[in-house]
Design a binder for this molecule. Structure first.
Ligand SMILES: Cc1ncc(COP(=O)(O)O)c(C=O)c1O
Length: 407
């Protein structure tokens, strides 16, 4: 039940918005938008993931999907590690008290200083290339060091912003070249694979891990496998999604010897996206065009690649009730100064009036984390829903904060 939950059309959304309105959100010109993240749901999804995998699996949450410290803290409090992709993300992981042995460092652009820092701290480091491996060897293999394998499970025609397992990908060593490196560096104790985010099918994910397990089976020094993230999430009612239990069963069937390794996962989107929704006041309605307060600053991929990325949108009246009645087609524009700042084109909605509330559903991952500073708009407040109660988990940015961020 929890795994297939979406914020879209959940009665909880309207109830939560009503609660927010009672607290003064969206009622004045300061709080023109707000983001809600359901931490109770995140906890349930973590529990579901944990149950689907062997007990000793290290599940890490991909920080990039949503780097807000209270959300990371919540995940760490519930036993998760953190997957990081920069020194900033490592600092976030440390700031929320994630045990170092539960922090994984992945990045295709690690500097010598970052490598040295991560190894000395005791993080698990996944090496992206043979050149990076040489740098690691210079520092010394202090702790868990794994090799990122590009399993090349996708044809060139499937290249996209988040597919990273084609032959031309910048991520990982093509699998045909891994044997040589594993022979040369017996200090490597693990293998890492991540196929892509949202774009990978169950068959891609399973085949990628099968190839990696087959490789690992030839090297007794390989003790752990990091199978990455990439479990797709449901943005539309007909999106297939992938239940972790079904995923792990399929992995075991395709690669029975996977049972010989300690596993690491790095889920982001599938844990986070369905936990969040955002609400913006509709500032202007001009014929069939709406202007709202969240656009490409918040939903970067959705505005730039509307055919690939999508969120369900819903209209509530100013009291937070879902609107009904005859539907019209609207283009929904954000507040930024370029015409591509469009959240949706010709989207059917009940007739919209100034002051109504636009809900952007299932946006708990890869939205605020990709916030763009263009036009220097202020980041909205983020409110967490925990034990049924609302609490601020990130205050609304002020003009002074903004000036500071550019200073
Ligand atoms: C190395 C790595 N691991 C994990 C993830 C998380 O992917 P997802 O959010 O699709 O689970 C990403 C996303 O880009 C990634 O690059």
């Amino acid at each position: 039940m929890c795994w297939s939950f979406r914020t879209a059309y959940s009665p909880l959304t309207s109830l939560t918005v009503k609660q927010l309105l009672r607290q003064g959100y969206l009622t004045d010109d300061l709080h023109t938008s707000v983001i809600v993240h359901n931490l109770d749901l995140l906890q349930k999804r973590i529990g579901y993931l944990v149950e689907a995998f062997p007990q000793d699996t290290l599940h890490t949450l991909a920080v990039k999907a949503n780097p807000l410290p209270p959300i990371l803290q919540h995940a760490v409090n519930h036993g998760m590690g953190l997957e990081t992709a920069s020194s900033g993300e490592i600092a976030l992981a440390e700031a929320v008290g994630c045990p170092v042995e539960n922090i994984v460092f992945d990045s295709p652009a690690k500097t010598r200083a970052e490598i040295e820092w991560a190894l000395r701290l005791g993080l698990t480091v996944n090496v992206n290339s043979s050149s990076e491996l040489e740098r690691v060897a210079q520092v010394g293999f202090h702790n868990r060091v794994g090799l990122r394998v590009n399993p090349v499970v996708a044809e060139a025609s499937r290249e996209s912003t988040t597919m990273v397992a084609t032959a031309r990908s910048k991520f990982g060593v093509p699998i045909s070249r891994c044997k040589e490196l594993l022979q040369q560096y017996p200090q490597l104790t693990g293998l890492h694979v991540h196929v892509g985010s949202q774009v990978a099918t169950k068959d891609d994910l399973v085949e990628a891990s099968r190839r990696v397990v087959e490789l690992a089976d030839q090297f007794p020094n390989i003790q752990w496998l990091d199978i990455g993230g990439g479990l797709p999430t449901q943005y539309r009612s007909d999106d297939p999604g992938l239940d972790p239990e079904v995923y792990f069963q399929a992995l075991k069937e395709a690669a029975p010897t996977i049972a010989n390794y300690r596993l690491i996962t790095e889920m982001g989107r599938a844990l986070q996206s369905n936990c969040g929704f955002a609400v913006s006041k509709v500032e202007y309605v001009t014929d069939d065009r709406l202007i709202v307060h969240l656009g490409a600053d918040f939903a970067l991929r959705e505005c730039y690649q509307p055919d690939s990325w999508y969120h369900d949108l819903e209209i509530l009246d100013p009291q937070g009730n879902p609107k009904a009645g005859p539907r019209k087609r609207y283009d929904i524009f954000g507040p930024l100064c370029f015409s591509g700042d469009r959240l949706g084109k010709e989207r059917e909605l009940p007739e919209v009036e100034e002051g109504d509330l636009l809900v952007i559903h299932d946006c708990g991952g890869y939205t605020l984390g990709m916030w763009s500073r263009y036009c220097s708009r202020l980041m909205p407040e983020v409110v967490g829903l925990e034990s049924g109660k609302l609490k601020v988990i990130k205050s609304r940015e002020t003009e002074a904060d903004l000036v500071g961020s550019w200073a």
